[in-house]
Design a protein around this ligand. Structure first.
Ligand code: H79
Length: 697
């Protein structure tokens, strides 16, 4: 896949933010930040405390790349990756140094803007992938002291952060496109020899610079590593650097990119690998909270991290404010980026947004700082954050969609409300509340005080007694003959009652004691009860009976394997094969890339039959880098097209036992390549599509 294009894809991903899907808790991940067991982790809770309370920080991507401002040879789509994306030779890039003179830089103004936006910390690029050091370092001349500016802006920023009470933090790239000892070289950089390069010496250089960063700027809140994914960096390096920076500043926090175990842009560390102190989703927000894992979503305001003069695709303030609430409701932090100009100014669009966020935070920050994740799996009208004390619980109800009938309904809460009030109301006048079985009803004024997000503080007596609706313990909502459906609840001392139909289950409804077997299209509703009273809202889902596609007549002999056609070309998505002539064709045992002539810019189309072992609804998956698509009996089932890193997509189809036509198209642009096809049925767990099921004739 191609790194820069990933951005667009993950932006599409986050666009689904306000649609259905669990909003908090549930998904259980290894608490990598807790379980790694190395010496430095004993004090994690106390070290993390300020960070967990802060919830909101500013990322700043500032470096030499601000000089070209995203433009090279007439193309304007570049950012902080410009040296590599536009393939700028080292000497040309070096010239930007003579033009970097941020005479309008005002550290006090920057930090004040962050403070006024409600941000509690600043993470700034001390060195990005280009290797240029934005601080006064003795370790290389490739630094800000050799620009016309001749000053260390980090000194001013450290002082301003101290003045305004923000934590000052450094981003530091492990990948370095400038240092002679860093390896590997860029693929296109043929003239830059790697001869004499010594990676150990590069690691020593990193350490010397980190020592400067940790000894010259006072207390550093976080060291935010990045660019760790190249093969030269390993877990041992990660642990060594982690221990090293902690030996210099015992309280510093370190993100998971110090290690080598980050899986993808979801930003979490693979199980068992060293994951630093917190995970780092990039340009995306996890679908659910991640219990036991500290995490921080970093995100651009437009489509670039570094300043890009042509990029006006700034997110609306509304979206940013709702993302902050969404992230807080899932127990994460939001690190929102600004890309200043080479003159030292924040783009006007960023300044405006920061000010607007600040106006919201001035009224509502109580619902962000020091809060914990929502106890609710999903709320139709918005998000929730919470605070607990010994004898009281406060739920902050972030109302995105103001109820037309004036009634805000909170299901599954049994506590007695002490008071409900709007944070936007300076008098904090008590709103009328009511109970309807398990639900609390809060009567709201006619109009929302804030059309983006109005927060109701709901103070409840005692420890929270809250129950989510039960969940269906099946991924299938379609079946061919029959389906076993179960409902479960994570609450103790509850029983689940259900109805077949959409009417709300009541105390007299059927009690669920074992999984139900359904044989016709059925709508099921389930609800939790305790002592004969409902304690949760209701979940409703339709399970649809469907006719399986008939198997293909087997007229000719079948042989194990698949036919393939091999193509070459540089595509951004799957090409129109009708217009192409394959370079080679033949038979392969399964979805492999042999034979091929080149590592990049190629495509395979596989055709044949899949022997489906049982009549069922089937899930098919393709995981691919870059794009792929899977067809069964000429119907598109999985669409995983486009330029991207390893990503899995899923599709569903009901199939009768027997042979079905299968076709998988795959292409690779640049970078890594892979394709994996998996299946799952109503009775069989997910597995890689076995070779023994594949045939051609
Ligand atoms: O500094 C900003 C970007 O310049 C930087 N991170 C943010 C904070 C960044 N560099 N690269 N990318 C973002 C995208 C790179 C993605 C990939 Fe990978 C690297 C795809 C394959 C290698 C990381 C490792 C994600 C998947 C595996």
């Amino acid at each position: 896949m191609k790194g820069r294009l990933l951005l667009l894809l993950v932006l599409c991903f986050t666009a689904g933010l306000h649609t259905a899907g669990a909003q908090s808790k549930s998904k259980s991940k290894t608490p990598d930040a807790v379980s790694s067991g190395i010496s430095g982790k004993a004090d994690l809770v106390s070290r993390m405390a300020w960070w967990r309370d802060a919830r909101f920080g500013m990322f700043i991507h500032w470096g030499l790349y601000a000089v070209p401002a995203g433009e090279w040879n007439g193309k304007t789509g570049y950012g902080e990756w410009i040296r590599t994306s536009a393939e700028i030779p080292l000497d040309d890039y070096d010239q930007f140094r003579t033009k970097f003179n941020p005479v309008k830089f005002d550290a006090d103004a920057w930090v004040k803007m962050a403070r006024d936006a409600g941000m509690k910390y600043i993470v700034i690029t001390s060195k990005h992938h280009d290797g240029f050091c934005m601080f006064d370092t003795k370790e290389t001349d490739f630094n800000i002291m050799t620009t016309p500016f001749k000053r260390d802006p980090m000194k001013d920023l450290a002082a301003a952060c101290k003045k305004y009470g923000l934590k000052f933090c450094f981003y530091y790239s492990i990948m370095d496109w400038h240092h002679p000892d860093y390896l590997p070289r860029r693929e296109w950089e043929k003239e830059r020899t790697a001869e004499g390069a010594d990676y150990d010496r590069y690691v020593a250089y990193m350490k010397a610079e980190l020592k400067e960063l940790l000894t010259s700027y006072g207390d550093i809140g976080v060291l935010w590593f990045d660019g760790e994914w190249e093969s030269t960096w390993n877990e041992k390096h990660g642990r060594e650097i982690y221990d090293y920076v902690k030996s210099l500043q015992p309280k510093v926090l370190v993100n998971n990119r110090v290690g080598a175990g980050r899986l993808d842009m979801e930003g979490l560390t693979k199980e068992g690998a060293f994951g630093g102190d917190f995970g780092t989703p990039e340009q995306q927000i996890p679908a659910t909270g991640l219990p036991g894992v500290d995490w921080e979503t970093c995100m651009t305001m437009n489509d670039h991290w570094g300043y890009n003069k042509a990029d006006k695709a700034f997110k609306p303030t509304r979206e940013i404010i709702r993302m902050l609430a969404d992230i807080a409701s899932k127990g994460g932090n939001y690190l929102l980026n600004v890309g200043p100009t080479s003159e030292g100014l924040f783009p006007k669009e960023s300044v405006d947004r920061l000010a607007a966020i600040g106006r919201w935070m001035k009224v509502n920050s109580e619902a962000i700082y020091e809060t914990q994740a929502s106890p609710f799996r999903q709320l139709s009208w918005g998000r929730c954050t919470r605070k607990n004390s010994a004898d009281k619980t406060i739920l902050y109800l972030h109302v995105f969609d103001w109820p037309a009938d004036g009634k805000l309904v909170l299901q599954g809460v049994l506590n007695t409300p002490e008071k409900a009030s709007l944070l936007a109301d300076p008098q904090r006048t008590a709103l009328k509340t009511d109970r309807n079985e398990d639900a609390l009803v809060i009567y709201l004024p006619k109009t929302a005080p804030d059309t983006i997000n109005s927060v109701v503080a709901l103070e409840l007596q005692g420890k929270l007694d809250q129950t989510d609706p039960p969940v269906f313990a099946t991924e299938f909502d379609m079946f061919t003959d029959s389906l076993s459906v179960n409902l479960t609840s994570d609450r103790e001392h509850v029983e689940i009652r259900y109805t077949t139909g959409s009417q709300e289950p009541v105390a007299a409804s059927a009690l669920l004691t074992h999984p139900l077997t359904i044989k016709t299209t059925t709508t099921l509703s389930g609800r939790c009860f305790r002592d004969g009273k409902p304690v949760s809202g209701t979940i409703t889902r339709e399970f649809r009976k469907t006719d399986p596609l008939k198997a293909q007549e087997q007229e000719r002999a079948m042989y194990p394997g698949l036919r393939y056609q091999y193509y070459e070309g540089a595509w951004d998505s799957l090409p129109d094969y009708h217009k192409l002539v394959p370079i080679a064709d033949g038979v392969v045992p399964d979805f492999i890339f042999t034979p091929r002539n080149q590592d990049d810019n190629f495509s395979f189309v596989y055709t044949g039959f899949v022997m489906i072992p049982e009549t069922s609804v089937w899930f098919f998956y393709t995981s691919s880098d870059d794009g792929s698509r899977l067809y069964i009996d000429d119907k598109p089932v999985v669409d995983n097209d486009g330029l991207h890193g390893s990503a899995e997509k899923q599709g569903t189809i009901a199939l009768a036992k027997g042979y079905h036509k299968i076709r998988v198209a795959y292409f690779d642009r640049t970078g890594s390549d892979n394709l994996l096809v998996s299946v799952k049925s109503q009775t069989q767990p997910k597995q890689v599509l076995p070779k023994s099921w594949l045939f051609f004739n």
